[in-house]
Design a protein around this ligand. Structure first.
Ligand code: V4E
Length: 222
C-alpha cells in the first residue's frame, strides 16, 4: 500500500513554460473516473474516496497525522498545509473490508458474505453505493529529475484545469521529506508559496452537487 503526498497548483502560462523548459514530459493519458458513496454520503463524510478508474477499484483514505520528533519549522508547517496525503488502496479484499467497516448495513448479503477474492468485485457492486461524480481527465505528466517527484497537468472534461506535484511513499514512510521535495519542486516552478488550490472533486461537487459539497464543508472534509 502506498501513500500519495501531493500539492495542487494552478498552472499559468509562465508555469507551463518553466515546466516545459526544466522538466521532461513523460506522456499523456486519458481516464474516466466514477466515484461512489452511499446515498447518505457515509464514505466521503469520512474523507474516503472510492472510485473506479479504467475498470479498477481504488480507495483513497486518510493516513495518520504526521509525527515528527521535533516541532516543524514555519516553512515545514506551510508546506504541510499546502499538501494532502492519502493512502491509496487497490486490493479488492482490503477495499471491501474498509468500506464495510465505514458503512453500516452496506452489504446486502451480510450474513452469508465471505471475504472476496482478489478478482471478485461483486461484493462492492452489491453494496448500497451510487455513483455521485464522474468525469474524464486528460493528464500530461512530467518529471523534474528529482527522484520520485511527478508533476501532472490535469484537464477535466467539465472545464477545470489543475496541476499536481506528487510523491509516492510507502505506508509509514517519511511524509515530511515528501513535503520537502514538493516544496523544492514548487520553488523550481516559481509557484506562489502560500496558494491553496481546489482539486477537481471540490469544483465538480460545488458546481453539480452543492448539497453534498455543503455537507463535506461543514464536516471539514473539504
Ligand atoms: C476529493 C479528494 C479525493 C478524490 C480524488 O481527488 P484528486 O486527488 O483530486 O483526484 P486525482 O484524479 O488527481 O487522483 P490521482 O490520480 O492523483 O490519484 S482524495 C482526497 N480528496 C480530498 C481533497 C482535499 N480535501 N483537498 C484537496 C486539495 N484535494 C483533495
Amino acid at each position: 500500500m502506498s501513500v500519495e503526498v501531493e500539492r495542487k497548483f494552478l498552472c499559468s502560462d509562465d508555469t507551463l513554460k518553466t515546466l516545459e523548459e526544466v522538466g521532461v514530459c513523460l506522456g499523456q493519458r486519458q481516464f474516466h473516473d466514477q466515484y461512489f458513496d452511499t446515498p447518505e454520503f457515509e464514505l466521503t463524510l469520512r474523507d474516503m474516496w472510492l472510485r473506479k478508474r479504467k475498470g479498477c477499484w481504488e480507495l483513497k483514505c486518510p493516513t495518520a497525522t504526521v509525527n515528527g520528533t521535533e516541532d516543524p519549522k514555519a516553512e515545514q508547517s506551510l508546506a504541510a498545509a499546502l499538501c494532502t496525503h492519502y493512502k491509496e488502496i487497490t486490493s479488492l479484499p482490503e477495499i471491501h473490508h474498509r468500506v464495510k467497516e465505514a458503512v453500516k448495513d452496506a452489504c446486502e448479503d451480510r450474513e452469508t458474505e465471505a471475504a472476496p477474492s482478489h478478482g471478485d468485485e461483486s461484493c462492492i457492486s452489491k453494496m448500497n453505493l451510487v455513483c455521485f461524480a464522474e468525469y474524464t481527465t486528460v493528464r500530461r505528466s512530467f518529471t523534474l529529475g528529482e527522484e520520485g517527484v511527478q508533476i501532472d497537468l490535469d484537464q477535466a472534461d467539465f472545464g477545470y484545469h489543475v496541476g499536481e506535484i506528487e510523491v509516492l511513499i510507502p505506508e509509514g514512510g517519511d511524509v515530511r521529506s515528501a513535503q520537502e521535495k514538493i516544496r523544492n519542486a514548487a520553488q523550481k516552478l516559481g509557484l506562489p508559496g502560500n496558494e491553496r488550490v481546489e482539486g477537481k472533486m471540490n469544483v465538480y461537487l460545488k458546481r453539480y452537487h452543492p448539497e453534498h459539497y455543503a455537507k463535506l464543508l461543514s464536516a471539514h472534509v473539504l
